[in-house]
Design a protein around this ligand. Structure first.
Ligand SMILES: CC(C)(COP(=O)(O)OP(=O)(O)OC[C@H]1O[C@@H](n2cnc3c(N)ncnc32)[C@H](O)[C@@H]1OP(=O)(O)O)[C@@H](O)C(=O)NCCC(=O)NCCS
Length: 151
């Protein structure tokens, strides 16, 4: 049995209606802080919010991954706010398991699309998303306003 197979047997993925009610809130905040620290998201990105729904991955009873989402019913789509897997559990299919659970939820809610955004330099996120068949459809542009001369 490979390491990935044995982990799969210990892995459980669960839906929660509200992120603050999950045991994974500290992990989500930590993940957001990691992205900010690495310059992979801006403070204007609300990656963690009280009304986000959450899919949590547990290995045995330890929360090791979180995917937060919003049902954007006005846009008829599901919007992913944050995906985070603890560094020691990466590359073992945990993000994929959480996304599969979200795909099932999208079918249940009859939402035809699931969208998200990530930094252009976030190779891990872009690789993981492409591996799931997600298509890159947009670009965000930032202008760095020059300081006036003499500042
Ligand atoms: C992005 C992230 C959630 C991926 O989680 P993960 O559980 O390691 O992903 P998976 O194991 O499900 O990966 C599935 C596939 O995605 C691709 N992938 C995963 N990590 C990758 C990386 N670092 N570089 C390129 N492709 C990658 C691979 O094709 C992988 O399949 P393989 O393992 O068979 O090669 C994780 O790296 C993470 O938490 N990063 C920090 C937070 C972050 O950047 N979040 C996204 C911003 S919103």
């Amino acid at each position: 049995m490979t390491m990935r197979q044995s982990l799969r047997e210990r892995l459980r993925v669960e839906h929660f209606n509200c992120l603050p009610n999950t045991p994974v809130l500290p992990l989500a905040v930590f993940g957001w802080a990691e992205l900010l620290h690495e310059g992979l998201c801006t403070l204007a990105t609300t990656a963690v919010c009280w009304d986000h729904k959450a899919i949590v991955a547990f290995v045995d009873d330890e929360p090791v991954g979180v995917l937060t989402w919003t049902d954007a019913n006005w846009a008829n789509e599901i919007w992913i706010n944050l995906a985070y897997v603890s560094p020691e559990y990466r590359h073992q299919g945990i993000h994929t398991e959480m996304f599969d659970a979200l795909k099932a939820k999208a079918r249940e809610l009859k939402r035809p699309t699931i969208s998200s955004a990530t930094h252009v330099s976030n190779d891990a996120a872009r690789g993981a998303m492409r591996a799931q068949g997600r298509e890159e459809v947009g670009t965000m542009l930032t202008y760095h306003v020059p300081a006036p001369a003499g500042d």
